[in-house]
Ligand binder design. Sequence first.
Ligand code: CP
Ligand code: NVA
Length: 306
Amino acid sequence: MANTRHFLTLTDFTTDELHGLIQRADELKKLFRSRTPHETLKGRVLGMIFEKSSTRTRVSFEAGMAQLGGDAIFLSPRDTQLGRGEPIEDSARVLSQMVDAVMIRTFEHEKVETFAKYSSVPVINALTDDFHPCQLIADMQAYFEVNGDIKGKTVTWIGDGNNMCNSYINAARMFDFELNVCCPEGYEPDAKLLDENKGRVNILRSLEASVKGSSLVVTDVWASMGQEEEAQKRMQAFAGYQVNPALMDKAASDALFMHCLPAHRGEEISHDMLDDPRSVVWEEAGNRMHAQKALLEFLINGKFGE
Ligand code: CP
Ligand code: NVA
């Protein structure tokens, strides 16, 4: 609906709003850690539609809403009419009369767009085949916490040009950094996004060249949810596209390593990569909750805080 704000990709927010969100996420993290009550969404309810598996996303949204004084309802296609073919438009019109925001994890990105079109409450993309913006706000919070502003830095994406990679392209635009994408031929990110971000995003084939001067190295699984049948073929295509401490040694001296998780040790990362001192994956994962709490406040209350 016309005036309802949504978060389907990072570009739904302005750069100032994204910076404000990270700042508020830091405050919320402090309030959480000091056990200071911060019930800014008392009586509010989040609907959570999951058509794909999740650990982090589900728990971070559910725990986050509880800490903000609200509630969350988990909806799976297995036991709702969504799985029996009720049109997404109808579900959007009904659910948005009962809850204050809806979070959706699904396959086709068009599905979250359709839901948002017919929803009178904010809709949050909790991962589609094309984008994973909630992960990016947590990643940016983690980067800012350790190294300060990412503006002007070089970031390297290694591996599949998938939903996370597309979201890193959007982040490069919104947070003003340069992105090297190192992927095998045929596994590049979205062509339209690449075209729109020419001059900011470079496609490279050499891992070593791609991490040179980089302050953040990021990777993800070779086969995403929904690509299980391609897993064998992908294992071959991505062989060698592995982030390990030796590769990190070739990046900038302040380089951090991130992975949205779950990770496959021995594939896209070496067995020791998550334990490397440059890895901030646990902070990154924990920030999902703080960043999304800030997002929920902003979308539901129209501002950060009460
Ligand atoms: N990173 C992430 O979204 O994790 P889950 O699939 O566990 O939610
Ligand atoms: N690219 C992965 C991210 C999981 C959080 C997937 O879509 O399965």
